[in-house]
Design a binder for this molecule. Structure first.
Ligand code: NOJ
Length: 748
């Protein structure tokens, strides 16, 4: 074995531009020189990421009641002896910011003293604001952000999330989830931007821009990660980490585009899917990772394994005979950085594989080059942790105001019979249901801790829906019917609580969960909640249903008895206030559904199902639905030219008028339908949208443009092709036919 010289510090600090990947990076090393100076164990250490638990005191399961402490011996062993280059998360605690900063500083200090002084890459699941931090601002989960249909707002949210994450000393987040959520049963549906590929792509790009800005090395920015590549969100059973069966056409047409948009926006990390596709674990699929992601799409960043997923090729999928073989398969498939997450033996096995000639050192060099370039791009060589004074706005009222704005913008009014909303503040109200007086159902998983189950303990002063309603109308006007822990509903207690009230606000939904803890056998809302709804509705008072949920639980049996339905998603810590503002008309409901709300647990087709399936399609509320406290009319649609050439531009102009007596937000949605194609086409697909606010009586003419690329589908040969022929463009209740005169193939 070649022995290495101690790496000259001056070389590490040299300011260089080491190729396109680091062109926008802050001061960094000459990566090729650094690579040349590394031993094999040092290189493999860079490819190894451990959970913070692995370098902390104590044994699993860690208790949130125990104070957290780094374990200096474990840390030394990982960083110094085994050259571990990346750490992430912590499963069971939310820390004060000082604790985070102290730990990160200690870790970076230790790394600085190693032979090559390479900084540690710290990553975290800050998916709706900084998770695992006690004071940080909490935003709506991605499914709620999707309901805002507002890329500018999503970008602002991500910018604050980046600011508050970097304020802890953490430069990298595992967000956003780029992949659309095509199965509402999947427990991770709430982590997606909903079912539509185009909406998910636009918001993924906005989120990446918000996190990274022009330069993720800046003190208020972090590196983004697109996840989970590819086809993860549509398990056949609906249960997390179970097998996926999806066609190459669907992968390309429906699942891939948001990743392409996220990469174009500058994302330099991708987390791979934990699932297998038709039996081949994605982590062991060179066609998807090396072939599609890196070679075809030209992704120059870091392909990151998900939690334990390399070992799981063997331990979970049984698609390798041993862990060592699994490591060989994953590395050859293109995995650069392994989220191991506990032990350093993983790295030792990879070293052995290279020495045995079973993994090419060139592959190791490729992975390490990518990882070092990423560290440089995040500015870690120059400034591993920025001073605390850089973050005066951390957890500030200004940040919380944006969280409130986002929560309000997400709230989606699905039904408002007889204009029961907005409610008068002078009436007497009953507030009931499991989501009425708790913060956990407003936040869901990845809140304070992984499962989000500790949220109420971390938020003794959190403003629940009940608190916010009482703040609006006065405590004496809003009675509370507590939800019993055992879920039992007592008819007498219900009747007594509702006696003398004018209206009922019923807050139903889901408890917090993450990943496989959210697996369900039935999408229907649990029986006890339906029973409570029936009992309350039978009292004959107007009942407003507020849904705090990460996926559309089936409510068809009770929906006709509800006077109004407000879909709140998982709106975060400001959700209680947001709901109250909308209920009483202090704010306008401005969200639109980013998914199809199913009528029954077996009716899970998306809005963009094929024309051939349309006869069987039914839903409770359609994709894109949402009411305002006012009404809108669409007029004078003009789509031109009617005959579109393959290089032309299609202009869609339409006038939108607020026909009611209140101001309101409308989301103008442009859909295209291909009437005949070489493969059975979708009924319609979203191609453009714009959110506008109109005063009463105000009208606005909007012009949106499409290109033949927007009319393309993935054809029989798996090419993106706009096929010549007839299309219909739809906006609101208006539509116009056009003809594409000549077909054309497009790159991805
Ligand atoms: C597993 C999850 O699938 C992924 O989304 C997350 O980023 C990692 N764990 C790290 O917690």
């Amino acid at each position: 074995m070649r022995t290495k010289e101690t790496f000259p510090v001056v070389l590490i600090l040299a300011l260089t531009l080491a190729g396109p990947a680091s062109a926008a990076a802050g001061p960094g090393p000459d990566i090729e020189a650094l690579l040349a100076a590394m031993t094999l164990p040092e290189k493999v250490g860079q490819m190894t990421m451990l959970t913070l638990n692995a370098v902390s005191k104590g044994q699993l399961p860690f208790s949130p009641a125990e104070p957290h402490e780094l374990d200096p011996e474990r840390l030394q062993r990982a960083i110094v002896e085994h050259h571990v280059g990346a750490l992430f998360n912590i499963g069971h605690h939310a820390f004060p910011r000082e604790h985070w900063r102290q730990m990160i500083a200690e870790i970076q200090e230790l790394a600085r003293g190693t032979r090559l002084g390479i900084p540690v890459l710290y990553g975290i699941d800050a998916v709706h604001g900084m998770t695992y931090a006690q004071e940080a601002t909490s935003f709506p989960q991605q499914i709620g952000l999707a309901a805002t249909w507002d890329p500018e707002l999503v970008e602002r949210v991500a910018r604050i999330s980046a600011y508050e994450t970097r304020a802890q000393g953490i430069p990298w987040v595992f967000a956003p989830t780029a992949e659309p959520g095509r199965s509402p049963v999947h427990s991770r549906f709430f982590e997606t931007f909903g079912e539509d590929t185009f909406l998910a792509g636009e918001l993924t790009a906005a989120f990446v821009r918000g996190l990274q800005g022009q330069d993720p090395a800046q003190p208020h920015r972090v590196g983004a990660t697109l996840k989970h590549f590819l086809g993860y969100t549509i398990p056949v059973s609906g249960k997390d980490r179970t097998t996926v069966s999806v066609s190459r056409r669907a992968l390309q047409e429906l699942f891939l585009p948001p990743f392409v948009q996220g990469m174009a926006a500058g994302a330099q990390a991708v987390v791979l899917s934990l699932a297998d596709i038709d039996g081949l674990p994605v982590h062991a699929d060179p066609g998807l990772v090396q072939g599609l992601l890196k070679d075809e799409l030209g992704f120059a960043g870091v392909a990151v394994s998900d939690w334990g997923s390399v070992e799981n090729i063997y331990a979970h999928h049984r698609a390798a005979a041993s862990r060592k073989e699994a490591i060989a398969l994953a590395t050859a498939a293109g995995v650069d950085l392994a989220m191991v997450p506990f032990d350093v033996e993983h790295a030792q096995e990879l070293v052995t594989l290279v020495r045995e000639g079973r993994v090419a050192e060139a592959r190791i060099d490729d992975a390490v080059r990518r990882i070092l370039a990423f560290k440089a791009r995040l500015g870690l060589f120059a400034t591993p942790i920025h001073p605390a004074e850089q973050y005066p706005a951390y957890a500030s009222p200004a940040h919380r105001q944006v969280a409130l704005e986002a929560a309000v913008a997400s709230l989606t009014l699905l039904k408002n019979q007889g204009g029961v909303l907005p409610l008068a503040k002078s009436g007497r109200l009953l507030v009931a249901g499991p989501a009425a007086d708790a913060m956990a159902p407003l936040n869901g998983g990845w809140s304070y801790t992984w499962q989000g189950a500790e949220t109420d303990r971390y938020l003794p002063d959190g403003v629940t829906i009940l608190d916010a309603i009482r703040a609006q109308v006065g405590g004496e006007r809003a009675r509370h019917l507590p939800w019993r822990e055992d879920g039992a509903v007592d008819p007498e207690a219900v009747a007594a609580a509702a006696d003398g009230v004018d209206a009922i606000i019923l807050c139903l939904g889901e408890p917090a969960y993450a990943e496989n803890f959210g697996n369900i056998d039935d999408l229907t809302l649990p029986a006890a909640q339906l029973e409570l709804a029936r009992m309350l509705a039978a009292l004959g008072k107007p009942t407003v249903l507020v849904l705090a949920q990460g996926r559309p639980r089936i409510i068809t049996a009770i929906e006709p008895a509800m006077a109004a339905v407000l879909q709140a998603y998982l709106p975060g810590n400001e959700g209680g206030r947001a709901v109250a503002e909308v209920l009483f008309g202090d704010a306008e409901p401005a969200g639109r559904l980013p998914f199809t709300y199913p009528r029954g647990p077996n009716g899970l087709a998306t809005y963009d199902h094929r024309i051939s399936e349309d006869y069987a399609f039914d839903c409770l509320y359609p994709f894109g639905a949402g009411l305002a406290h006012t009404t809108f009319a669409y007029r004078h649609l003009e789509v031109s030219p009617r005959q579109l050439g393959p290089d032309g531009t299609l202009t869609v102009a339409v006038e939108v008028l607020n026909t009611g007596r209140r101001p309101g937000f409308e989301v103008v949605q442009v859909y295209a339908s291909d009437l005949v194609a070489s493969v059975a086409p979708a009924v319609k697909r979203l191609k453009a949208f714009r959110k506008i606010r109109l005063a009463p009586g105000e009208s606005r003419r909007l012009t949106l443009t499409l290109s033949p690329r927007d009319l393309a589908l993935v054809d029989r040969e798996l090419h993106w092709r706009a096929e010549a022929g007839e299309f219909v463009i739809r906006v609101g209740d208006l539509s116009q036919g056009i003809v594409l005169t000549e077909g054309r193939v497009f790159p991805r």
